[in-house]
Design a protein around this ligand. Structure first.
Ligand code: OGA
Ligand code: MN
Length: 298
């Protein structure tokens, strides 16, 4: 028996009664998919899955992406991105150490941005009985619905540019600033020109209609949006800042505290997320992520 328990006000649900190490029959899969799209973020606790099983489950939603960061893919499983602070024997990062520094949706800089991502937690940092490394999720559909009509009208037809180059520059600058403050030091693999060229800038509507639910949401984010199209830069940046602050108001946010064995999925068309870097080695965090290709935003 599959049960669904909504947790946040606008998003986030726990799905119980599912063992993801086994193939789901069509009916169970349909229930899971419906619960996922209704709740925008859904998680399953106490899962014991191999990379193959993780891939097999998420593949039922569509084509899996292979991340631009080749160096952070799991050996033998190019569809799995390793998100971790762990180092190998030579002291090299085994995965992306800085995923989710800013609020973002995954791969929004692609022509066909990600539909959903599924993150499986293997190791979770804990200190004095407190779990660290929470992930925040914000519903951009709930945020859009709550905007005043005048602002909705101002946004109609407006476009923004999503840029991987902008993102990597911004991330590298933030990393430098953190290092200068004596904060968390990570290995930043500077992107190669080839990697940057494989993801040219894209333009999308600011207000996107969800391909499954039909709900409207804000498809802008502080990590990847370089600017609003056809608007004076200062005016555009001020409008973006106002919208970013609105999206992450507490009522639109669900914060997940991880346990080992969680498989959590979020809808990249309607949700933004952000990591919390409040842990460091020797506290270990190891996650595996798959991401499903979506459709061109309209
Ligand atoms: C990701 C991501 C945040 C986190 O895996 O896409 O942004 O808390 N992760 O690990
Ligand atoms: Mn992410």
């Amino acid at each position: 028996m599959i049960t669904v328990n909504r947790i946040g006000k606008h998003l986030g649900a726990e799905i119980s009664g599912v063992d993801l190490s086994k193939p789901l029959d069509d009916d169970s899969f349909a229930q899971v998919a419906r619960a996922f799209f209704d709740n925008e973020v859904a998680f399953f606790r106490n899962q014991k899955i191999t990379p193959d099983q993780h891939i097999a489950f998420t593949q039922r939603f569509g084509v899996l992406e292979q991340h631009v960061r080749k160096e952070s893919r799991l050996d033998g499983f190019p569809e799995i991105l390793v998100v971790s602070n762990l180092l190998d024997d030579k002291g090299n990062a085994i995965g992306a150490q800085d995923a989710g520094r800013f609020w973002h949706s995954d791969l929004s800089y692609k022509h066909e941005p990600s539909m959903l991502s599924a993150l499986y937690s293997v190791e979770v940092p804990e200190k004095a009985g407190r779990v660290l490394g929470d992930t925040g999720f914000a519903s951009t559909t709930a945020a859009y619905a709550a905007l005043p009509d005048a602002l909705k009208q101002r946004l109609a037809g407006l476009k923004n540019v999503h840029s991987y180059r902008f993102y990597r520059d911004k991330n590298a600058r933030a990393q430098e600033a953190e290092k200068a403050r004596g904060g968390r030091v990570i290995q930043e693999h500077a992107p190669t020109e080839e990697q940057l060229k494989s993801v040219p800038d894209v333009e999308t509507p600011v207000v996107r209609t969800h391909p499954v639910s039909g709900r409207k949401g804000l498809f802008i984010n502080e990590a990847h949006t370089s600017h609003l199209v056809g608007m004076d830069k200062a005016e555009g940046d001020a409008l973006l800042a106002e919208l970013y602050a609105h999206i992450v108001k507490p009522e639109f946010v669900y914060t997940h505290t991880w346990r080992p064995g969680d498989l959590l999925m979020w809808d990249n068309c309607s949700v933004q997320h952000k990591a919390t870097f409040d842990y460091d080695l020797p506290l270990r965090r190891l996650m595996y992520r798959t991401t499903v290709r979506g459709t061109v935003p309209v």
